[in-house]
Unconditional design. Structure first.
Length: 115
């Protein structure tokens, strides 16, 4: 199996549950604490391509910061991607990467299909 990576927030229950699912299956994923080590614009674009979703679907639109920044669900992709790159708190979590694919762990079991 290829390397497994998780964009993880240890304070998030869904992120912890997803990491638990991976380790229960004997996997030792690379853990990227994306709030401390924010993904670049290119990494965000790559994640979106693997997820095959628009930027808004990878965002925490209910996060107060989303509204504080004046963002809107209908904003242009580049605006949303830049917002995620500059404010990693806006990135939905967790995101797991494996086998050339990606999945958002909401619910945590949804990542199993890419393993």
């Amino acid at each position: 199996m290829s390397k497994v990576t998780i964009w993880h927030n240890p304070r998030c229950s869904k992120s912890r549950s997803t990491l638990g699912l991976l380790t229960e299956r004997g996997l030792d994923p690379e853990i990227v604490k994306y709030l401390d080590d924010a993904p670049s614009i290119d990494q965000i674009r790559a994640a979106l391509a693997l997820l095959d979703i628009p930027a808004i679907k990878m965002m925490r639109a209910k996060e107060p910061l989303f509204k504080e920044l004046g963002l809107n669900k209908s904003d242009d992709e580049e605006i949303l991607i830049n917002a995620m790159a500059n404010h990693s708190k806006l990135i939905e979590r967790p995101i797991v990467f494996a086998n050339g694919k990606a999945a958002i762990g909401r619910p945590p079991e949804s990542v199993l299909e890419i393993l």
